[in-house]
Design a binder for this molecule. Structure first.
Ligand SMILES: Cc1cc2nc3c(=O)[nH]c(=O)nc-3n(C[C@H](O)[C@H](O)[C@H](O)COP(=O)(O)OP(=O)(O)OC[C@H]3O[C@@H](n4cnc5c(N)ncnc54)[C@H](O)[C@@H]3O)c2cc1C
Length: 356
């Protein structure tokens, strides 16, 4: 039985937990959460541990590991091929990547570009997981939760989940909701959703906006991700990470205008401008592999902070802070961490430079 958070996280850092409960049924999950809440014990929900950085001091409370299982599909109509709708409800503890593989095999369209992302299904709505032009908000129909504040179950329709770029109401209110299951609404077919990401479209040899066979999209995404160290591989330290450590900054127009002309810019519907955190890091003098023998940027991607073996959380966050200061000093943009920090922290974002 694992006793430290390092054993439960893909970064392999984090100190001991006072208590770890493995919940493999929904009842066990609810019992563990309600028992901890009843006595006021701090509670940390962990699933795949792939978006979590826990302090070296560990967690003084109950860690509940979500291991619930179950995938239930029901076609909307008797002949799904005609109307194309399939509704699938998946328990929170189901691992995400095998579910995507299954979805592609079944001809459920809409998560194929999210192949290779580690972690659980239940965590995907928490930060509205996204990659290669797709995000789960595209296919989530509803999320059933335990509401720890009101002591009731609640089901949120997608429109009420507060989905945004790497965020949701669940991420914004972390002490309140435990995701129990997620219901997806898929179109049925063999062709992917329109390919929106230029690098993926180039790899597939199609135009942006075109569809491609879902299996090809999945294989192309897995290939691109492996080349960037973004598919877990225990033998490759470049994947001992939490994926992208910083979100792509959303900048006010005047801040974006001050970036060099060659900095990537994507204007958002609300008028803000998204730029590339990886570009900012690289152009601030932090190249791949930058760091020490124990913590360093991935040798394949500047956006991933990695444990090279024996790292502590403090060392990891020192590197993160050095990068934040370096990028801010060079471009006036404050990078914000994407993983959830528990029992540890980083300097707060500078509101005058970054919005959203
Ligand atoms: C190599 C690598 C590549 C990655 N690539 C991507 C990517 O392309 N796109 C992307 O968006 N993310 C990516 N990630 C981040 C991560 O995989 C996702 O955020 C994933 O959804 C986290 O799932 P998890 O089960 O590991 O969550 P955990 O790390 O266990 O938890 C993350 C947060 O969610 C909460 N949580 C987990 N389960 C529940 C639940 N059932 N109810 C309520 N709260 C819950 C936890 O308390 C915590 O706050 C990557 C990570 C790695 C290591």
């Amino acid at each position: 039985m694992p006793e430290t958070l390092a054993e439960l996280t893909t970064l392999r850092v984090g100190g001991p937990a006072a208590e770890i409960v493995h919940a493999t049924t929904e009842q066990a999950l609810l019992d563990a959460v309600r028992s901890a809440d009843a006595v006021g014990s701090p509670l940390l929900i962990v699933a795949g541990g792939s978006n979590l950085v826990v302090g070296d001091g560990g967690f003084e409370g109950t860690v509940v590991r979500v291991g619930t299982t179950g995938v239930h599909a029901s076609s909307d109509v008797p002949d799904a091929a005609v109307c194309g709708g399939v509704t699938v409800t998946v328990a929170a503890g189901e691992p995400w990547e095998p579910f995507v593989e299954h979805a592609v095999e079944q001809g459920w369209v809409g998560t194929e570009a999210l192949s290779g992302i580690p972690g659980s299904v239940g965590a995907t709505p928490v930060q509205n997981v996204g990659a290669y032009g797709q995000e789960v908000a595209d296919t989530v129909a509803s999320v059933r939760c335990w509401d720890r504040v009101d002591d009731v179950q609640r089901t949120f329709a997608a429109a009420d989940c507060g989905f945004g770029y790497r965020t949701s109401r669940f991420k914004q209110d972390p002490a309140r909701f435990v995701v129990l299951d997620v219901t997806f609404q898929f179109r049925a077919g063999r062709l992917s959703a329109p390919v929106r990401y230029a690098e993926l479209a180039r790899t597939l040899g199609v135009q942006v906006g075109a569809r491609a066979p879902m299996r090809d999209v999945r294989e192309a995404v897995l290939g691109l991700r492996r080349a960037k160290g973004m598919v877990l591989d225990a033998s490759d330290h470049d994947t001992w990470s939490a994926g992208s450590f910083f979100t792509n900054p959303l900048l006010a127009r005047d801040v974006a205008d001050r970036l060099p002309p060659d900095a990537p810019r994507w204007t958002q519907p609300d008028g803000t401008v998204k730029t590339s955190a990886a570009w900012l890091i690289e152009h601030s003098g932090f190249s791949r592999g930058y760091g020490t023998q124990r913590v360093a940027l991935s040798g394949k991607h500047t956006l991933a902070l990695t444990n090279r073996g024996g790292a502590t959380t403090a060392e990891l966050l020192d590197l993160a802070a050095e990068i934040q200061h370096g990028v801010h000093g060079r471009y006036g943009v404050w990078l914000v961490n994407e993983p959830v920090l528990v029992g540890c922290g980083l300097p707060a974002p500078d509101a005058s430079t970054t919005v959203g």
